[in-house]
Write a protein of this length. Structure first.
Length: 334
């Protein structure tokens, strides 16, 4: 087994726990709806981070399983709602909950997940601290999604969106958005592992910094792949099609373009629907800039900063695995 497969297998140890808590008190006919999101797969990266953070700071695997389940269920809870918001029909190669069971059932499933999260928090060893971290991460996820929507240039209507829509995105705006949308939960995964190990505050600070940096890197690299596709099977130019201004490649490309090219590119993002010719023109405009290199370098820099944050921890297999997992995030092509 490759080392990364072994590391990610750590995260899958939460599955039995999730399957035990998830259907409790649910009608039998509703249970398949609840299980659909979890059973559709996923790499369990966030759960693995919780377990490894606990191990690297002196704790045991068993101490981290409930916190890891909290993180993984939070992630999947957000994905169910993301698919409703974005009208997504396919995730992980399978129908989404909304596509399989309807928007109404997907929303109800997400609501049920939130209540299961509360039960898992109550079952944790330090529910007061765990609740504080978990609630903060969930609020950040919600606001990150709000900001991401407001950075879209077309495709959604409504007075609030039209009033608050971003017409330009600076680096601080972008980092603020992805910090909430992606990095906050990854940081929380690491912090919950520290709560489980009851480690000293300095160690906890190091793990939070690690989680924050690799969380930012995760989204930056996702943005890179959502434009260039690489060998991932993703549609090239996906975020152009989805009218997204909140993408690192697009942000850097616009920064490097002249005024005429900026206007041309923004007009494409603001079209209700893009043709293949439009998409080709958008890609051409991006490829004339240094956005590809700058985005890639930004992702790699953040990964390096994350690894540096845990350099002071005592040497252990868990510490080495945290480094390997950060490197995987930096190099992934999926």
């Amino acid at each position: 087994m490759k080392s990364i497969d072994r590391i990610l297998a750590v995260g899958k140890k939460v599955d039995p726990l999730i399957y035990r808590f998830l259907p409790a008190d649910a009608d039998k006919t509703f249970q398949p709806v609840l299980r659909h999101q979890i059973s559709s797969g996923g790499k369990r990266v966030r759960a693995a981070l919780t377990v490894l953070s606990c191990q690297a700071t002196g704790g045991k695997t068993r101490d981290a399983l409930i916190p890891a389940a909290i993180v993984e269920l939070t992630h999947n809870y957000s994905l169910i709602l993301d698919d409703v918001i974005d009208r997504g029909d396919v995730r992980r190669g399978l129908p989404t909950v909304r596509a399989q069971y309807s928007d109404a059932m997907a929303i109800l499933a997400a609501m049920f997940y939130r209540e299961v999260l509360d039960r898992l928090i109550e079952a944790s060893r330090n529910p007061v601290q765990v609740r504080k971290v978990a609630v903060s991460a969930i609020k950040a996820l919600i606001d990150g999604e709000r900001l991401d929507i407001l950075m879209e240039q077309s495709g959604r209507t409504g007075a609030y969106i039209e009033k608050h829509r971003f017409t330009e995105v600076r680096i601080d705006d972008y980092l603020h958005m992805i910090g909430k949308k992606t990095a906050a939960l990854i940081k929380a995964a690491c912090e919950l592992g520290c709560i489980a190990s009851n480690c000293p505050p300095k160690m906890r600070g190091s793990m939070k910094s690690y989680g924050w940096k690799i969380g930012l890197a995760f989204q930056v690299i996702d943005d890179y792949l959502d434009i260039f596709g690489e060998e991932t099977g993703k549609v090239q130019g996906k975020d152009i099609i989805e009218h997204k201004l909140g993408n690192a490649v697009i942000m850097y490309a616009l920064e490097a373009m002249g005024e005429d090219e900026q206007r041309a590119f923004l007009s494409l993002l603001r079209k209700e629907a893009l043709s293949q010719e439009d998409l080709g023109e958008g890609m051409r405009l991006i490829q004339q800039t240094d956005a590809r290199e700058r985005t890639f370098n930004m992702g790699q820099r953040l990964v390096s900063e994350g690894i540096e944050a845990v350099r002071g921890l005592a040497d252990s297999w868990a510490k080495k695995d945290l480094t390997s997992l950060a490197e995987f995030i930096g190099e992934r092509l999926y």
